[in-house]
Write a protein of this length. Structure first.
Lengths: 139, 261
């Protein structure tokens, strides 16, 4: 092998760089993001109605697709009523339906989005519900 | 088997083969997706108002300063339209214009002063052949089935082709983040972000819940709306009895905002 040393040295550097995300996180604790769903609005609901438009599992993995679908149906086709798989109807609105219950954007949306380094542009236009900052809450 | 000749046998075999294949394809065509589509997941609200061709009629004789102010104010408040004083950056959905600016070519030196100086409310004309829709590269602006020229802010890339195409100047570009310029946010309606174009949407979000457009509501009868395709509609009767003009109709965009003189 010509220049074997150089090649092996290069390979080692390559492997080091590629595995950097793994080696850097050694020793760091994995903190699972726990979005909070205990807003006063949800607490007020009777036990039986404390459900999202679809199941928790569906919402956890598919909320982005559902929101995109909602967006297109409402804005482009004017269909502003969603019939969930359980047959219940909801008004399609991120600002006025989703966030009415989930009034804690920083403790709900942001928890996972920050963890996954996701920055969806929803809030550039849609107005997030006003939250008590932690200082205010303590007072 | 003696009474079945070869010809008859082939006939029966052929027909049953056809039937068999037919039913199989029927079985294949109706899949789960079709059944799911049968149960409608998205509906228009029952209180929504429908029309084949929405249009606006503005009675210039009834317009006065106060009504115009109220209309502009109501529109701005409901749609979170920012108030930017710099005319190069201002955002306008509905605004005031002088007669000669709104209707270039229709004014002349000797016309009555009261018409010449008549203030006019102008807004997006929701053209029947909207040039803005033709040039939009992302279909962010599109014409709905009911004639409303609508914006999908999610798709706008801020190329401003539509602004160049619109002969009425009905579109405004957000040169900066509009939020600091909104006096009081309407929490029910989104704002816009930097880098998108916006304009009047004929309050389609209000029509969809059975409410009249905001400007119509506060105009004290000076602005009317209705279905242009329905010969019995209120606005069609008005247009049939009174003389009306449109802005730059000679350009062929077929504007659907009519002004009664």
């Amino acid at each position: 092998m010509y220049d074997g040393g150089k090649i092996v040295f290069g390979l080692i550097i390559f492997v080091l760089i590629v595995t950097l995300p793994f080696t850097l996180s050694i020793g760091k604790d994995y903190v699972k993001p726990e979005p909070k769903i205990d807003t006063p609005e949800i607490q007020k609901l009777p036990e039986a109605e404390r459900k999202c438009v679809e199941s928790k599992e569906f919402m956890r993995t598919e909320h982005m697709q559902l929101l995109n679908e909602w967006r297109d149906e409402a804005v482009r086709l004017g269909k502003r009523i969603y019939v969930s798989s359980s047959g219940k109807t909801y008004t399609i609105s991120l600002q006025n339906t989703c966030m009415k219950c989930h009034s804690n954007k920083s403790e709900f949306c942001d928890k996972c989005h920050t963890f996954a380094e996701e920055s969806p542009y929803c809030w550039d236009c849609h107005i997030a519900p006003k939250e008590n900052t932690q200082k205010e809450a303590k007072l | 088997m003696s009474d079945m000749d070869r010809r008859k046998f082939l006939k029966i075999a052929g027909i049953s083969a056809l039937l068999g294949m037919g039913s199989w394809s029927l079985f294949e065509v109706v899949t789960k997706e079709h059944l799911e589509a049968f149960v409608e997941k998205y509906k228009t609200p029952p209180e929504a108002m429908h029309a084949k061709r929405w249009a606006i009629v503005i009675d210039l004789k009834k317009l006065d300063e106060k009504i115009m102010h109220d209309c502009i104010e109501a529109c701005n408040r409901i749609h979170n339209v920012p108030q930017i004083s710099n005319p190069k950056e201002e955002i306008k959905w509905i605004w005031k214009e002088t007669f000669e600016h709104a209707f270039p070519g229709m004014e002349h030196q000797y016309m009555p002063e009261e018409i010449k100086e008549m203030p006019v409310l102008v807004l997006c004309n929701h053209c029947d052949s909207p040039p803005c829709v033709r040039v939009c590269p992302t279909k962010a602006t599109f014409k709905r089935k009911d004639g409303i020229v609508m914006m999908d802010m999610h798709r706008c890339i801020g190329c401003r082709f539509c602004m160049a195409a619109c002969p009425f100047g009905a579109r405004s570009f957000n040169w900066r983040d509009p939020r600091p310029f909104i006096k009081e946010e309407n929490k029910e309606y989104p704002t816009r972000m930097r880098g998108v174009v916006e304009k009047c949407t004929l309050c389609c979000e209000r029509l969809e819940v059975g409410l009249p457009p905001a400007c119509v509501e506060v105009s004290n009868g000076a602005i009317m709306y209705g279905d242009l395709a329905d010969p019995n509609s209120e606005i069609r009767k008005l247009l049939a009895t009174r003389y009306s003009i449109r802005r730059k109709a000679e350009l062929g965009t077929n504007p659907c905002v009519y002004y009664l003189l």
